[in-house]
Design a protein around this ligand. Structure first.
Ligand SMILES: Cc1ncc(C[n+]2csc(CCOP(=O)(O)OP(=O)(O)O)c2C)c(N)n1
Ligand SMILES: [Mg+2]
Length: 341
């Protein structure tokens, strides 16, 4: 069944990249770290080294890469379950992510959460949330806490367009707008919520219209263009920081892989997927850098090799990790009388 929603496919990102060579290469490195890590995860899943749910972000990397570069260390970041890229680019070591995927106790959540529950309070990365829309009220609460504690931070909340069909989206954005809380709502619109296209499930497919009806300034951005995402998030973040209340960005993107590892993909045409791949975020960014003389093929290969080497170190760390002993099974399940142990 064909279910194309964006008619017609937008032109590939082009135009000059307004960055110096060092910054441009570091952004390329981030894109490739996420891509290579996840390609390896897919392979490890086939080998049953990684089990359970695994939702790959392949194709969507420009969103997390561009957005997280525009945030500050004191900001809070909340992601959904397609969270590997956000966790990594927020600064979490790849080893602790990979060990978590394996279910080893060296993982960031002691191997108890897996792919959907990456978490690092020290880096203000509040998940990895498996419940669709689950991160939205959390983000509003974090922003309220910052306001009450007079911390100069914003909360960036990533979620899929599927979450905007949940009541919790409307409750969260309403309260954030009413109380002018410093929340940056970042909707990763990849067209599909599992096998259901936006057009098939929503009477209003204009996502900005939904945010605008709560009085929240909104903008649609090409989420396949890392440069456009970075500049839009930077501008929106500045406005949130100035105390003018929440802002909403719709980042139009596309996932190249199945929803999760258990998805036969009967709901979209292969031609649609192939068409979107021609405007892949790494491919188009690399082409622009080369055209501008900011990148040679040899430099690309060197950056890619560094990303792949990091992945292999992370896999070795996860392989060498240990399983939580049975004696620890009840640890952190309940709070002991009188408080935490
Ligand atoms: C409250 C809730 N309902 C249903 C599910 C099952 N579910 C898991 S992913 C998903 C689709 C969400 O799509 P979207 O928000 O667009 O994110 P994407 O997977 O496209 O990144 C659904 C319905 C869930 N996890 N939580
Ligand atoms: Mg989606």
């Amino acid at each position: 069944m064909s279910s194309s929603y964006y008619p017609p496919l937008p032109a590939p990102p082009n135009g000059p990249v307004p960055w110096n060579k060092g910054f441009a290469h570091s952004v390329l490195f981030d894109l490739l770290r996420v891509r290579r890590m996840e390609e390896r995860c897919a392979q490890l899943y086939g080998e049953q080294k990684i089990r359970g749910f695994l939702h790959l972000y392949i194709g969507e990397e420009a969103v997390a890469t561009g957005a997280l570069r525009a945030l500050q260390p004191e900001d809070n970041v909340v992601a959904a379950y397609r969270d590997h890229g956000h966790a990594l680019l927020r600064g979490m070591p790849m080893q602790s992510i990979m060990a978590e995927m394996y279910g080893k106790q060296e993982g960031c959540s002691r191997g108890r959460g897996g792919s959907m529950h990456l978490f690092d309070a020290k880096r203000r990365f509040y998940g990895g949330n498996a419940i669709v829309g689950g991160g939205l009220p959390l983000a509003v609460g974090l922003a309220l806490a910052d306001r009450m504690k007079k911390r100069p931070a914003l909360t960036a909340c990533f979620f899929g367009e599927g979450a905007m069909a949940e009541g919790v989206f409307h409750e969260a954005i309403n309260l954030a707008a009413l109380w002018k809380l410093p929340v940056l709502f970042l909707c990763e619109n990849n067209l599909y919520a599992m096998g259901t296209s936006l057009a098939r499930s929503e009477s209003q497919t204009d996502l900005c219209a939904k945010a605008l009806c709560y009085g929240v300034p909104s903008l649609t951005v090409d989420g396949m263009d890392v440069v456009a995402v970075h500049s839009a998030v930077q501008a929106a973040a500045e406005r949130v920081r100035s105390g003018t209340g929440p802002k909403f960005l719709e980042l139009r993107t596309y996932r190249f892989r199945a929803h999760s590892m258990f998805d036969p993909e009967l709901y979209r045409d292969k031609a649609e997927v192939e068409a979107w791949k021609t405007r892949g975020p790494i491919h188009s960014y690399t082409a622009r850098l080369k055209e501008q003389g900011l990148l040679t093929e040899a430099e690309f290969q060197a950056v890619d090799a560094r990303a792949q080497a990091e992945v292999e170190v992370a896999v070795a760390y996860a392989e060498a990790g240990s399983w939580e002993p049975v004696a620890d099974l009840l640890r952190d399940v309940t709070t002991p009388p009188g408080g935490t142990a």
